[in-house]
Design a protein around this ligand. Structure first.
Ligand SMILES: [Zn+2]
Length: 307
């Protein structure tokens, strides 16, 4: 399942390449990362003692082409990139689709493709720190690669206002926490710079400042980007995950599960022996929505019930 290989960090470039062992890896010995966990698709109810989570990501407006059954569970998680570029029509379609799912709770974060959710694009003259304030909307679009999306669609997406209001059938989390069944779940859309699309931040300090907002008592963390070393190996051989996120997750937050997507070819499950990492990308490298949902159960905390 897992395609993890020996990993080493290159601190000078703040990026990792596989096959180069260095002394900078702060987690368990890299060889222990070779273990993978099998995905399974349980059916039916998880029972009264456990909460069942069903995870998907990176569906990219291709849900009509999904050919696998989505298992029932208590909480459905979508880890971002539910559209191609965040046009209102795409968001409305996604909202209809997620509305048909039977899960009691549905949690969604944005990814780099949800341009209309990122104020940098919809309010390019915004004055808050970090905004690319000097750009107009048009010039901002001119500066990003189209990633195969017609430019008109991108222009339409960033003209949309209040897009979050279209998500009526789920809970949208943007640097926010929700508590369900006594479990704390936190969602955040940011990723290290990647083609200058939505919710991009430079590696290093800027990324860390986003992860610093994650509460230390988070049980289940949902990000769009993987941490470095888990589900982040690109077909180019580069590990695109965030080293600051790995450090935050392993040394401060220590969630039970970390769910993400973004790197389609990194789909699968891995562990460092303490935290379980889930790359739930539904689309594969060729943007075919073929990877099944990933399911896990969490025992209810003491004193909590599913009522
Ligand atoms: Zn994607």
């Amino acid at each position: 399942m897992s395609n993890l290989v020996e990993v080493g960090l290159n601190p000078s470039r703040n990026q990792a390449r596989h096959g180069q062992l260095t002394g900078y890896w702060s987690g368990p010995k890299p060889t222990s990362l070779k273990q993978g966990l099998a995905t399974y698709l349980p059916t039916g109810w998880a029972g009264g003692e456990r909460v069942r989570f069903v995870c998907m990501s990176d569906t990219h407006s291709l849900t009509p082409h999904i050919r696998f059954d989505i298992p029932y569970g208590d909480v459905f998680i979508h880890a971002g990139d539910f559209t191609r570029c965040g046009r209102e029509e795409e968001v409305v379609d996604f909202n209809k689709w997620i509305g048909q799912l039977p899960h009691k709770h549905k949690l969604v974060i944005a990814g780099n493709h949800e341009l209309s959710f990122d104020r940098t694009f919809t309010h390019p003259l915004g004055s808050s720190p970090g905004d690319r304030a000097t750009h107009t909307g048009t010039s901002l679009i001119d500066q990003i690669p189209t990633l195969g999306i017609p430019k008109d669609n991108i222009a339409e997406a960033v003209k949309t206002t209040n897009i979050k209001n279209c998500l009526t059938n789920c809970t949208y989390l943007e640097d926010q926490e929700i508590k369900l069944y006594g479990l704390k779940i936190y969602g955040t859309p940011w990723q290290p710079e990647f083609c200058k699309w939505a919710f991009n931040v430079p590696r290093g300090e800027a990324c860390l400042s986003k992860w610093d907002q994650i509460p230390s008592d988070t049980d289940i963390l949902v990000t769009h980007t993987p941490p470095v070393g888990h589900g982040d190996l690109c077909c180019s051989g580069i590990r695109a995950g965030c080293v600051e996120l790995l450090t935050t997750v392993q040394h401060r937050v220590r969630p039970k599960y970390h769910v993400f997507g973004h790197i389609h070819e990194g789909y699968g499950i891995s562990t460092d022996g303490k935290i379980i990492y889930i790359n739930a990308s539904t689309c594969d490298l060729n943007y075919l929505p073929t990877n099944p949902a990933i399911v896990f159960d969490v025992t209810l905390p003491l004193g909590c019930t599913k009522e």
